[in-house]
Ligand binder design. Structure first.
Ligand SMILES: [Ca+2]
Ligand SMILES: [Ca+2]
Ligand SMILES: [Ca+2]
Length: 238
């Protein structure tokens, strides 16, 4: 049967608009998924970088702390000078010449024999960043901080005597220090919201004793916390 003219079945304008609309939504969802996956990928890369940098920084700090008080002649008097919850400083007779200075004039510290760790932006020394940028700083011979790890929100030191008893900070009798627990909380350099899913950091961060060292930030940054205990083996010899 031949259809009558004007009675052919086709798309109405409304049907076309619906189909076009659905296609647009479908394409949009595919693109959104791809962007989301890409952002996730970038996030993972940033987190891996952050963790690796932090581990490397802890290795440097551990190497230094193991040398704290190194005094092979017993004449240099190398020891801890500062042992507080967010800052520590110590000496070592690295070149073994029996003192800690280059006799001048002018007198200067023997190279690499005075080391300090603290956050670079923590004027009140409570161990939490006062603002950004804030990094983990290592100072050699009083020459100003060098950045050891970037984007640090919290730094905490706990000092233990040879029996493993925690010493109150600031430590009054630094000859009692046998080991140091170091806890660091790092943050990814930028917020990384994944499409449709916002990451919210509602974690409060603690040291091993359960003391809060960073209250829940409630922001969109991702964080990584690391804790190591380093034995200051040279302090045991003095
Ligand atoms: Ca020396
Ligand atoms: Ca010297
Ligand atoms: Ca602070």
């Amino acid at each position: 049967m031949i259809p009558k003219p004007g009675n052919q079945r086709g798309f109405t304008l409304i049907e076309l608009m619906v189909v076009t609309g659905l296609s647009t939504v479908a394409i949009g969802l595919v693109v959104a998924t791809l962007i989301s996956q890409q952002k996730n990928h970038i996030t993972q890369d940033a987190l891996v970088d952050m963790q690796q940098n932090l581990r490397a920084a802890m290795e440097v700090m551990g190497g230094d702390l193991q040398m704290a008080g190194y005094d092979p002649t017993g004449n240099a008097g190398a020891r801890f000078l500062v042992a507080d919850r967010a800052e520590l400083q110590f000496q070592m007779d690295r070149n073994g010449d029996g003192d800690l200075i280059n006799i001048g004039p002018p007198a200067t510290p023997d190279t690499g024999e005075l080391i300090r760790f603290a956050l670079t932006n923590d004027a009140n020394r409570d161990g939490t960043a006062d603002g950004t940028p804030c990094d983990l700083g290592r100072e050699l011979d009083g020459g100003g901080f060098q950045v050891l790890a970037e984007n640090i929100d919290a730094l905490n030191f706990v000092y233990l005597d040879r029996n493993g008893t925690v010493l109150p900070t600031p430590v009054a009798d630094m000859s009692l220090i046998s080991s140091v627990q170091v806890t660091v909380v790092a943050r990814s350099g930028r917020t990384v919201p994944v499409l449709f899913i916002r990451h919210r950091d509602t974690t409060a961060y603690h040291n091993r004793q359960g003391t809060t060292i960073l209250a829940a930030p409630n922001d969109d940054f991702r964080r990584f916390a690391i804790m190591h205990e380093f034995r200051c083996r040279n302090l045991q010899l003095n």
